[in-house]
Design a protein around this ligand. Sequence first.
Ligand code: BG6
Length: 512
Amino acid sequence: MVEAPAIQADAPPAPPCALVIFGASGDLTKRLLMPSLYNLAHEGVLDPNFAIIGVDRVEHTDQSFREHLTDAVEELAAKNHPIDREVWQWLVSRAIYITGDFDGAGAYEQLKERLASRQTDVGDANAVFYMAVTPRFFATIAEQLGAADLLTESDTAFRRFVVEKPFGTDLASAKALNARLLAVAEESQIYRMDHFLGKETVQNVMALRFGNGMFEPIWSREYVDHVQITAAETVGVEQRGRFYDATGALRDMVPNHMFQLLAMVAMEPPNSFDADAVRTEKSKVIQAIRQMRPGEAATHVVRGQYRAGEVLGKPVADYREEPDVSPESHTETYIAIKCMIDNWRWNGVPFYIRTGKALATRRTEIAIHFKRAPGVLFRENPDCTLAPNVLVIHVQPDEGISLRFAAKVPGRKVRLAEVDMDFRYADYFQSAPSTGYETLIYDCLSGDPTLFQRADNIEAGWAAVDPILKATAAGMIDVHGYAAGTSGPTMADVLLAQDGSQWLPLERERPR
Ligand code: BG6
């Protein structure tokens, strides 16, 4: 085995542990898990006794599995940044492989033996089981692990498992999945992943709100007019037609990623950064999202589907002509929702959410629109239209925070113009290459569940979207076409115009 590389890290190494990856020869492992593990190894935060045990149905020996991983990483390296081969060798030499079915006992017997064979030192019995598999296997794998007695913890060994999204397809299925997982493991052993929580800027929302004195006092219905949360993507459905056509933008993005962003902005300050204190406040605010009556869903929700167009200069086909998509599909690739939060702080403040594929630009952001200043002093002046102050948290790309306010245009006449104060991460901090998964994997290995979803967080999210799913299934919410490469259906503009507001343009420059 290769010696551990000595690299400076800003966190202590995670405890020794075997990371057992179900779905080890699949796409997620090669696209995200291995690059993230490589980045963690490069940071020097993996223990010398860290090991990877791959499990999948595809036949591999330990050696051919290592070669498969290396080929994949070389492909990525060619596109992104060069790989430090010493670090990669250190990591890949720790990988072994078990060929087996997820629903038969055989693979679990082998897994038990291989885990037992590495138990020579304190901490060697620690294991994290990572489900990089299609959702229908989540509960099966957990039950098989339970039956093989692989989930029993002791004073010297932790056993945890990570579940990817989608976690259920509606409230009932999410509850059923939680019940099956909780029948074989404690809540503290279950790490439900939402990769948006691994993004630095999302975590920075808490620093912005609770590490500064000036924002919290104005963070309420008295000063905030409305909030816009956007996750716009330029990609279409690509090779995921089968999954996406059965899922749609609402299920894919809203109860999980979009509500996580909403919760970060809207939750009450937790009593501490203790995982349960934070997750309790998040659940409370998501539970406070008003559940729409069927009639309301039709006026508070806009669904869209992309038609042929051009994104970033490249032609894009009509969604219904994408591979594995039904030519009669009514699945939405865009959704905009007006959410109301029924609690003391946010009563009457709309939170508008929009997310979609094949849009003009890639942009994830949270924009807090403050109420306008009273216009008394400028009422008679035609050169002075008072615009609202807007605080934008730029989640990706070009991470940062900007504040828009009015300033006097130099000159003898009093004229107002909107200007921006702009903080960009890249100007202040050197950031290491990151897929966003590093933080989450490190936290799971270290036993910090703050950035993972508790059962009640997940169920609260589904409870809020369930009425929209039902209204959609009942044919009460039309799907509007929009040309690929635009900002989405025009009806989404009407949703805000009804309230006298408008979306921040998707395509806009940030001044330098
Ligand atoms: C995933 C969705 O969870 O998040 C995808 O399934 C979406 O459809 C992706 O593209 C967006 O994540 P990111 O990190 O690229 O913004």
